[in-house]
Design a protein around this ligand. Structure first.
Ligand SMILES: [Zn+2]
Length: 578
C-alpha cells in the first residue's frame, strides 16, 4: 500500500477536483460534468471533461486523465511525491514523515525552533512599537504614512530600537538559545564573544509564510541612511526567491477574486490594505521568480503588476515576461500616474478609481513589445532585435492556442509576416534545419571556384553593399571563409577599408592582379546583388549570428574537453537562448 495512502485520502476529501482544476482551466457545466479546453494539447473544441461525482478528469482528445494527483503532476510537471507534497500544503494536510534520519530530524527541529524564535522576536518588536516609549519613533514613521493601528495589528508591524542588544537581552531572558537566534538571522556574533541585534533603529515588517509562521523580517530605516531596507539573510527557512510579503493575509482574497496585484514594496501592500484592497503582495526587494509565480498560480488566474510611473521596476516587469509566458499565466501591467504611489493614488482617487485602473491594465506582453519598440532603433534592425528576443520565449509556450495568439500580436505590432516567425519557431523547435535566408539561398548555383555558397553570399553582400563594410570587414568574419582566394579578397577589401574608411569595389578590381582572385571578384561584381534593401541588414545579422554560433560551439567544445561542467551548462543554456 502507498505510504501516503491515508494522506492522499485526506487530501481528496478536502479538495474538490472541479474547484482545483477550475483554478487553471476555464470550466463550464455540461450535464453531469464540467468541460473546458484541454491544457495538455492544442484543444479547439472543449474535449476536456471533469467529473465532480467521480473526482476524475479525462481528455477525449489526447486521452490524458486521472485524479487530482495526476492532474497536478501533469500540469505542474512535477514528480508524484512532489505533487502529494504540494497538494498537502495547499489543503493543509499533514504528511506522515518517511523514515527520518537523525540529521534530517535535527534539521527539521532547527527549522521549527527558528520559526518559534522568529515568532517571539516579532512579538517583541510589535510590543516595543505599540506599548513602549522606545517605539515612539516607529509610531511617528507609520503615522506619517497614515498607517493605522488596525494595519499595524493585522501585519504585526514592529520597531527595533537603537539599542545594540534589546532583542538579545529579551531572548536570553526567555531562555532562547542565542546560537539558534543567530541562525535565524536575528543576532550577529561579536568578534570577542556574545551577540548583538541585527535590526536596530528600524521599523520592522515580519514576513510570514502561507501558514502564518514568521519566516523572517524586513527592516526599514527612519531617515535616509543606507541600507534603506535590511532583510533577514537567507536562512534554512527564509528564501527571498520564494516568499511574498502579504501572501498569508492576501490569499483568501486572491482566491475569491481570481486575481492578485504585485506591488513594489511592503508599504504599498499596507497602503492598499488600508484602502480596502486586500489581494496584494510584494516581493522582498528582489525580482519575481518562477517559484513566486507558482505560489500565486494556485489561487489566481491573473496577475497584475503595479508600478510607479518613474519606477525602475518597469524594466523588471519587462524582464519577467518569459516567466509569465512559461507559466502560462496571464499578466498585466498597471502604471500609476506620474508622481503617485499606491497610497497617494488611493488617497486622492479612492478604491473605485484604483479598481477601474486595474481593469484597464495593459497586458504584460503588449507592454513588453511597446517598451521594446521604444528602446530599439527604428526600422528593421530594431524589429529583428525584438523578434530575436521574443521568439525563443514563444517557442517555450506549450499551449498552441496561446502561442498563436502571441505570434499574431507580435507580427501585427512589428509588421512582419507570420511565416517569418513560424519558420524561426520551427527552427528553434528543431523541426526545420537551416538558418533563414542564407540557408534557403544555398540551393543557388554558382560557376565560380568558391568552395561554399555562404562565402559567395558574403562576398556578394560586401561588394554590392559597401555601406556595411565597417561591420563585415572585421577579423571575426574570416571564420566564415575557407577558400584561400576568398580570404585574399577579404584581406584586400579589409586593408582598403582600414586605409580609406570606405571601399570602392570597381577601383579595387582595376588594381587587382590577374589570377583566380580577380576572376572571382569579377564574377561577383557582375552578378546581381543577392541582398537588397532591408535584406542587407538581415543578412549581416545572420552572418553575425553564425559567427556567434561558431564561437559558442568552440567554447562549448573547449569547456567539454576541459571538463568545466559549470561553464558548459552556462554555454549550452546560451545556445538554447539564441
Ligand atoms: Zn487533451
Amino acid at each position: 500500500m502507498d505510504f501516503y495512502q491515508a494522506a492522499k485520502e485526506e487530501i481528496k476529501r478536502s479538495a474538490d477536483i472541479v474547484e482545483l482544476i477550475g483554478q487553471y482551466v476555464q470550466l463550464k457545466k455540461a450535464g453531469l460534468n464540467h468541460v473546458g479546453l484541454c491544457p495538455f494539447h492544442g484543444d479547439k473544441d472543449p474535449s476536456f471533461s471533469v467529473s465532480s461525482t467521480k473526482q476524475i478528469f479525462h481528455c477525449f482528445g489526447c486521452k490524458k486523465g486521472g485524479d487530482i494527483f495526476t492532474f497536478w503532476m501533469e500540469y505542474h510537471k512535477v514528480s508524484y511525491s512532489q505533487a502529494i507534497k504540494e497538494l498537502a500544503e495547499k489543503y493543509h494536510v499533514v504528511l506522515p514523515e518517511k523514515k527520518i534520519t537523525p540529521e534530517k530530524r535535527h534539521e527539521l527541529d532547527l527549522k521549527e525552533e527558528i520559526y518559534r524564535i522568529n515568532g517571539a522576536a516579532a512579538a517583541y518588536y510589535n510590543y516595543i512599537l505599540v506599548k513602549t516609549a522606545l517605539g515612539k519613533k516607529g509610531i511617528g514613521y507609520f503615522d506619517k504614512r497614515s498607517i493605522t493601528p488596525e494595519i499595524i495589528d493585522r501585519f504585526k508591524l514592529g520597531y527595533a530600537s537603537e539599542d545594540w542588544d534589546g532583542l538579545t537581552r529579551f531572548l536570553s531572558g526567555r531562555d532562547v538559545n542565542l546560537e539558534k537566534a543567530e541562525k535565524a538571522g536575528l543576532l550577529i556574533t561579536k568578534k570577542n564573544g556574545g551577540y548583538y541585534d541585527r535590526f536596530r533603529g528600524r521599523v520592522i515588517f515580519p514576513i510570514f509564510t502561507m501558514e502564518g509562521k514568521v519566516a523572517g523580517f524586513g527592516g526599514r530605516v527612519l531617515d535616509n541612511s543606507l541600507p534603506k531596507y535590511l532583510n533577514t539573510p537567507e536562512t534554512s527557512i527564509f528564501h527571498k526567491g520564494e516568499l511574498l510579503y502579504g501572501l498569508n493575509t492576501a490569499f483568501p482574497h486572491i482566491r475569491e477574486t481570481g486575481r492578485v496585484v504585485i506591488v513594489e514594496g511592503y508599504t504599498d501592500v499596507l497602503a492598499l490594505n488600508k484602502h480596502g484592497f486586500y489581494a496584494a503582495v510584494a516581493t522582498l526587494g528582489t525580482a519575481l521568480t518562477q517559484n513566486h509565480l507558482r505560489k500565486l498560480k494556485g489561487f489566481s488566474r491573473e496577475i497584475i503588476v503595479v508600478f510607479d510611473a518613474d519606477s525602475a521596476g518597469k524594466s523588471a516587469a519587462v524582464r519577467s515576461l518569459p516567466l509569465f509566458l512559461n507559466e502560462g499565466l496571464s499578466a498585466r501591467v498597471m502604471i500609476l500616474p506620474e508622481g503617485d504611489d499606491p497610497d497617494t493614488f488611493m488617497n486622492s482617487r479612492g478604491l473605485d478609481a484604483f479598481l477601474s485602473h486595474l481593469d484597464r491594465a495593459m497586458p504584460l506582453y503588449d507592454f513588453y513589445i511597446e517598451s521594446k519598440l521604444k528602446t530599439v532603433e527604428p526600422g528593421i534592425a530594431g524589429k529583428l532585435e525584438i523578434l530575436k528576443e521574443v521568439i525563443p520565449v514563444l517557442s517555450e509556450i506549450t499551449s498552441d492556442i496561446q502561442r498563436s495568439v502571441y505570434i499574431k500580436h507580435l507580427c501585427e505590432r512589428c509588421d512582419v509576416s507570420e511565416s517569418v516567425v513560424l519558420t524561426e519557431l520551427n527552427r528553434l523547435r528543431g523541426t526545420v534545419s537551416g538558418k533563414g535566408n542564407i540557408a534557403r539561398l544555398e540551393s543557388v548555383q554558382t560557376g565560380s571556384g568558391v568552395k561554399s555558397l555562404k562565402e559567395y553570399h558574403l562576398l556578394n553582400l560586401i561588394i554590392h553593399s559597401p555601406g556595411i563594410a565597417g561591420r563585415a570587414l572585421v577579423d571575426d568574419f574570416k571564420m566564415l571563409i575557407s577558400t584561400d582566394e576568398v580570404v585574399k579578397i577579404f584581406n584586400i577589401l579589409a586593408e582598403e577599408y582600414r586605409l580609406k574608411k570606405n571601399i570602392d569595389p570597381a577601383q579595387i578590381l582595376e588594381h587587382m592582379q590577374e589570377g583566380q582572385e580577380r576572376d572571382i571578384f569579377n564574377e561577383v561584381m557582375l552578378s546581381e546583388p543577392i541582398y537588397k534593401g532591408p535584406a542587407v541588414e538581415q543578412a549581416v545579422l545572420e552572418f553575425e549570428n553564425r559567427i556567434y554560433d561558431i564561437k559558442l560551439s568552440n567554447s562549448i567544445n573547449e569547456a567539454k574537453s576541459s571538463g568545466n561542467i559549470e561553464k558548459l551548462n552556462e554555454l549550452v543554456k546560451l545556445r538554447k537562448a539564441i
